[in-house]
Design a protein around this ligand. Structure first.
Ligand SMILES: [Zn+2]
Length: 86
């Protein structure tokens, strides 16, 4: 099940310190990356939150120009609440 972690052009990986998508140039996580993350972490949403939280922490250090609340919304706010944990 372990996938390779080598960066590829279609990886939609973040480019720091601007936190834009390395594939499509949109603010990271872009729409494509968000869809992939939900697929990748669909059975382990807690780990997705941890991952995005670490990204948010790093981005907060890199992107000091905007309010933190908007970064939280950008990195974490898009994740749908899962009702399946009840
Ligand atoms: Zn992208």
């Amino acid at each position: 099940m372990a996938a390779g972690v080598e960066p590829r052009p279609e990886d939609h990986a973040p480019v720091t310190p601007d936190w834009t998508c390395g594939s499509c140039g949109e603010d990271w996580p872009c729409a494509t990356k968000r869809t992939r993350l939900l697929e990748e972490y669909q059975v382990d949403r807690a780990s997705l939150s941890v991952y995005l939280g670490s990204c948010l922490a790093a981005a907060t250090q890199d992107l000091r120009t905007g309010p933190v609340a908007s970064l939280q919304d950008r990195f974490i706010g898009w994740v749908p609440r899962s009702p399946r944990t009840s």
